[in-house]
Design a protein around this ligand. Sequence first.
Ligand SMILES: *[C@@H]1O[C@H](CO)[C@@H](O)[C@H](O)[C@H]1NC(C)=O
Ligand SMILES: *[C@@H]1O[C@H](CO)[C@@H](O)[C@H](O)[C@H]1NC(C)=O
Ligand SMILES: *[C@@H]1O[C@H](CO)[C@@H](O)[C@H](O)[C@H]1NC(C)=O
Ligand SMILES: *[C@@H]1O[C@H](CO)[C@@H](O)[C@H](O)[C@H]1NC(C)=O
Ligand SMILES: *[C@@H]1O[C@H](CO)[C@@H](O)[C@H](O)[C@H]1NC(C)=O
Length: 331
Amino acid sequence: MANLLSLCLALAVVTALLVSFHVGKLTISQEIFFPQIGKFPSLATSSSPLTCSCNSSSSSSSSSSSSLDEWLHPKEVWHSMTDEELMWRASMVPRVEEYPHNWTTRVAFMFLTRGRLPLGPIWEWFFKGHEGFYSIYVHASPEFKEEAVESSVFFKRRIPSKVSFSLSLLSEASFLEELLQLALVTLWSIDYITFLGSFDDPRPMGRGRYNKRMWPLVALSDWRKGSQWFAIDRKIAIEIISDLKYYPVFRDHCRPPCYMDEHYPPTLVTKLLPELNSNRTVTWVDWSRGGSHPASFRWWDITEGFFNRMRFGSNCTYNGNVSSICFLFAR
Ligand SMILES: *[C@@H]1O[C@H](CO)[C@@H](O)[C@H](O)[C@H]1NC(C)=O
Ligand SMILES: *[C@@H]1O[C@H](CO)[C@@H](O)[C@H](O)[C@H]1NC(C)=O
Ligand SMILES: *[C@@H]1O[C@H](CO)[C@@H](O)[C@H](O)[C@H]1NC(C)=O
Ligand SMILES: *[C@@H]1O[C@H](CO)[C@@H](O)[C@H](O)[C@H]1NC(C)=O
Ligand SMILES: *[C@@H]1O[C@H](CO)[C@@H](O)[C@H](O)[C@H]1NC(C)=O
């Protein structure tokens, strides 16, 4: 228990420090629209198919008084749409790029968690002082019903989940997964850079998971592997939620030891918009010890040298320029 606690703390500190170091880099030029669920504009009243199964308290009564801002930034994100309805709804994007008001750019964070968010206090700290620049969505197991306290940034940010993570989204079951947080950062950057790990792994845990039945829609040469943490811009986010062509192939043929979350996003982006992906993730992990989980760290690992190795230990390109700032988070 003590070890687990120190591991949590260590990870928490690592995350926090990296974040504080890099947070200034999160500059984005446009507001994002994904995912905006909740209230619909007054155009969409009861006769519209949009509201057919969305009669939660937030969307039914006050639609006539809802302003554009309320619609764009719903206080409460719970809804009663089915996955199909939600995807369809979220795939709608404005054609007019210029918003009729001054607005600030936001980053959407999607957390995938079984229950209470691990390292919650650190995330509270991370968001503190940045109100108005982020949107938070928490996708927890359906069994988890607990609401965050009202002062929390996670208050009423839970969105309905139809699946139990143990089998579907999170691939490897171990206690480390309890610490796992999946952050989907939706950026709208000028040149559409997306940070989604994507590589062709010749080993059994890479190409070995390809299923010939996926052919011809997905060929072995399209097959990619990546990590569960990624940052995508709006353009790619829209492509992913609008995909009805490749998703069924994965749903039907990517079964353990093939894991959707490791293969579907990188393979899809490689098929659709390869040139927009940086092919790397923003989360630093140490795979040097081998195995199917990255290395975990204890308190005695946490030294200045360790931090510097994470922060400056690699070079990468960002918008064509070489940078030593390659990661936003560390696990
Ligand atoms: C809509 O609300 C009605 C009455 O509150 C309820 O009976 C019905 O099940 C709701 N529909 C959906 C799809 O949630
Ligand atoms: C938007 O911002 C610009 C520049 O700061 C300012 O000139 C303009 O009046 C603002 N418009 C509104 C509607 O607030
Ligand atoms: C990422 O990989 C794709 C092909 O898989 C390639 O088209 C693209 O240029 C790569 N991105 C970078 C930044 O190298
Ligand atoms: C990164 O690039 C800088 C400048 O080119 C170089 O001094 C440094 O050694 C490089 N670091 C790594 C880890 O390759
Ligand atoms: C890349 O470097 C060029 C030349 O130094 C600079 O003008 C440009 O702003 C840099 N781009 C970014 C994204 O830092």
